[in-house]
Design a protein around this ligand. Structure first.
Ligand SMILES: [Zn+2]
Length: 284
């Protein structure tokens, strides 16, 4: 009988390894190739290295294992990207280049009127500009966080059930003045409506900011970050781990918002992309 004990221990170790392996090696985010401004280019490649890396310029890209020697890199493409080709570098035992052929896409215009106290968001005064300048590096830093481990274990679910009031990519004008395009998508909802985490991740930033109001940032790993702005209540803390469906906050109208809604943004390699592309049931 004594002989069996070490064998059993070994078996336990093996089954524990098998349990751990899928989440570490198999692909989680299988999406369609959308090489348009604000889209995601999906680049398939082969590698027999256990951790090949992909880069755009010097920025690391989301890289996932499909099966065997098949790997995939996801590139978030900026809304301001011009037509043409984008070169991606793959690094394993050697260095190779993959090329993305851009496709055109036209986004619509949106004209927004801000009244009363909300007018301060069109042309902020010196005091607000000081605040904006102080907040900008905090927000940009959170958008480019790159953690090696993929935390999102599946495609995204919608953070709220409301209807989309403002799609991604709209060219925006505030009180007639051109401003940055809409880098997320808006869902209508009453103040206090619960917001769910669309996938597992880590809360990397929460706080109140001039334009964003009460904001929550989730890191899903490998440069995939989701953000929730204009919220009423923030129900999570920095450093907290969340699972898909966990309540992270509630809908509000804090910051530059004309009414209660959730602005949902998704960043990939630091670039705002259309959140719909990551949804399990796409609504494009
Ligand atoms: Zn928005």
């Amino acid at each position: 009988m004594e002989n069996f004990i070490p064998k059993l221990k070994k078996l336990k170790k093996i089954s524990l390894l098998l349990l751990l392996l899928p989440s570490l090696t198999l692909a989680n985010i299988i999406i369609e190739n959308t090489p348009i401004p604000g889209g995601i280019a999906v680049l398939d490649f082969d590698s027999n290295k256990s951790n090949p890396r992909a880069f755009y310029k010097s920025r690391p890209l989301f890289t996932q294992h499909i099966d065997g020697e098949h790997w995939q890199a996801l590139l978030g493409i900026p809304l301001w990207q011009k037509m043409g080709k984008i070169a991606i570098t793959i690094k394993d035992f050697s260095t190779r280049t993959l090329v993305v052929d851009m496709k055109n896409h036209q986004y619509e215009e949106q004209h927004i009127t801000l009244k009363g106290d909300k007018k301060k968001y069109v042309n902020p005064n010196a005091k607000y500009i000081q605040r904006i300048n102080k907040e900008r590096p905090i927000l940009s830093k959170a958008r480019v966080v790159f953690s090696t481990k993929i935390l999102a274990d599946e495609l995204f679910i919608r953070p709220v059930d409301g209807i989309t009031t403002s799609p991604f990519g709209l060219k925006r004008f505030y009180n007639g003045e051109p401003r940055r395009a809409h880098t997320g998508l808006d869902y209508a909802g009453d103040i206090g409506t619960k917001i769910k985490a669309p996938a597992a991740g880590k809360i990397i930033l929460t706080g109140n900011f001039f334009f964003n109001g009460n904001a929550i940032f989730i890191d899903h790993g490998q440069g995939l970050i989701s953000v929730y702005i204009h919220t009423h209540k923030i129900l999570v803390k920095q450093g907290q781990m969340v699972k898909q469906g966990d309540i992270i906050g509630t809908i509000g109208q804090s910051g530059r918002a004309t009414g209660p809604h959730l602005h949902w943004g998704v960043y990939l390699n630091g670039i705002a992309i259309n959140p719909n592309l990551l949804l399990e049931n796409q609504e494009r």
